[in-house]
Design a protein around this ligand. Structure first.
Ligand code: GLU
Length: 517
């Protein structure tokens, strides 16, 4: 049995879209499920599209998600350059592997699977304009290559001379004529494509002595002994070429199996989920915040307050599910149940509300101790500092109303500091001559209550007191909440009282009495 080795091979052309994170996650889960290796390889041979900081962003994002590679990135988050027992195939950055690719391209020329092309950028540009003017598109393919300047059309001496004397030639794949390439995809099943529809892709460029994506990707997958390629469906059109490259190199026996993942779709299902949808509808499409060179900010799940576990769980379920009702899985549990067979073929529609639901569930599962710690920085922003045991009790009371950590404050700020202002319309509605004196009296009673100071006893005593006097329960309670919390809606009065204690409650009642009269 072949060892499972999969890779995530991003190009550092910008921040990693959440669809890319999902691709990495599925690779990771597949590797863990099969007891295999998950490798990160940086595909940075296209220098025009290189974006500074993108590589670090990708690695930091995966790290935040807990998608930790076995090979390719070391403990310090650096892409590994020197081979070692743990990273035998280093370097894992293709720009650092540049010297190896030329020989592979030349090997294909020698075997008749590729050829040298000498057409300059201007010549090709002219061809393109010419075709365009005639309402057509120029394609460098099995038909046009016979009219172009390449080693298939030029005399051998001329070819040797041009190879020596010029430096902007390329090596192109010689697409076989009229052949049906039969392929199998683990998600999409059997696919057949006739080579007549395919062009002669550039494999290697003399100008920068660099391979293109196709050559570097196949050579590295082979050298790194990749067993399955799991990637986005935008690469499906390249699959026939990749199959033929394996054939051309004589590597079909060890060719990886392929799985192409469908796209993440906009919430309405119409088209690919883009950054613009996020901006328009108010959700992040990137794992982490990103600021581009023009200073434009894209929000990130991390900075928006998502827990990485919730983000990962949500992503795993975008296009896959284990069957059954259960939806909450840790990354390790996901690895146990993941299978490519259950990945859906159609696009997966993103649902921002569902993303929030996952976060809310993860927040609820967290121990109050931990939530209290997470809340400290939020309170600091408001200049509030409280003892840990107080915070533990506070989050226990408010957590059911929170989706994000910040909601533990926002949903009930009065748990952490006395209200200084009161919601005007609530005051107008409830703080009435005929009611508030009753509320203040009930308040005075409860703040000197000498039974056990817990929610149940306080609640019961207060209710009994109001009932025994035959006061209007709702009106009195609304006034009390207004005085204690600054608004007439919010958490239960007994909850608030049990937390803040009789002294603080009494101070708030006096403040309300003095301020609202
Ligand atoms: N570098 C390619 C990308 O950016 C990798 C595609 C593949 O996995 O083969 O998506």
């Amino acid at each position: 049995m072949r060892r499972t080795r999969v890779r995530f091979a991003p190009s550092p052309t910008g921040p990693l879209h959440m669809g890319g994170v999902r691709t990495a996650l599925y690779n990771y889960l597949f590797a863990k499920q099969h007891g295999g290796d998950f490798i990160i390889r940086i595909e940075d041979t296209d220098s025009h599209r290189f974006v500074p900081g993108a590589e670090q962003y990708i690695i930091e994002a995966l790290n935040w998600c807990g998608i930790i590679p076995d090979e390719g990135v070391d403990e310090n988050g650096q892409v590994v350059s020197a081979p070692s027992a743990r990273h035998p195939h280093a370097p894992y950055r293709q720009s650092e592997r540049r010297a190896i690719y030329r020989a592979y391209a030349e090997q294909l020329v020698a075997a008749g699977w590729a050829y040298y092309a000498f057409d300059s950028a201007e010549e090709l540009g002219a061809k393109r304009s010419e075709a365009e003017a005639a309402g057509q598109t120029f394609i460098y393919n099995q038909v046009s290559r016979l009219q172009l300047r390449n080693s298939l059309t030029l005399p051998a001496e001329e070819v040797s001379r041009l190879l020596e004397e010029t430096s902007d030639w390329t090596i192109r794949f010689k697409m076989p004529e009229d052949r049906v390439v039969a392929m199998d995809d683990l998600i999409r099943g059997h696919i057949e494509v006739n080579t007549a529809t395919l062009d002669d892709k550039v494999l290697w460029k003399r100008a920068d002595e660099l391979p293109t994506y196709h050559l570097a990707n196949i050579v590295d997958d082979h050298l790194m002994e990749i067993s399955e390629v799991i990637r986005g469906e935008e690469w499906l059109p390249s699959l026939p070429l990749h199959y033929l490259l394996y054939e051309a190199f004589g590597w079909t026996d060890t060719m990886p199996r392929f799985a192409h993942l469908s796209l993440l779709l906009k919430p309405d299902g119409k088209g690919k989920l883009s950054k613009r949808d996020g901006d328009r509808l108010g959700f992040p499409v990137f794992p982490l915040r990103w600021v581009n060179e023009a200073g434009e900010v894209s929000r990130g799940y991390r900075e928006d307050g998502y827990f990485p576990e919730a983000f990962v769980n949500m992503l795993a379920f975008l296009g896959w599910n284990p069957g059954g009702e259960r939806e909450l899985y840790t990354i390790d549990e996901l690895a146990e149940v993941f299978s490519l067979e259950r990945v859906i073929k159609s696009g997966a529609r993103f649902n921002a509300e569902k993303a929030k639901w996952f976060n809310k569930e993860y927040l609820r599962m967290k121990p109050d101790e931990q939530l209290a710690d997470l809340l400290v920085p939020v309170l600091e922003e408001h200049g509030i500092s409280l003892p840990k045991d107080y915070l533990v009790r506070a989050v226990g009371i408010v957590k059911d109303r929170a989706t994000f950590v910040r909601d533990l404050f926002d949903a009930a700020p009065y748990l952490y500091s006395a209200p200084k202002e009161f919601v005007e319309k609530d005051v107008a509605k409830f703080w009435k001559e005929e009611n508030y004196p009753l509320a203040l009296e009930a308040g005075a009673y409860i703040t000197s209550f000498d039974g056990p100071w817990d929610k149940e006893h306080i609640g019961q005593a207060l209710e009994d007191y109001i009932r025994s006097r035959e006061w209007p329960m709702g009106k009195v309670m609304n006034c009390l909440r207004l005085a204690l919390a600054g608004a007439s809606s919010g958490l239960g009065i007994a909850d608030i009282l049990s937390l803040i204690g009789p002294k603080e409650a009494s101070a708030r009642l006096s403040y309300a009495e003095n301020t609202l009269k």
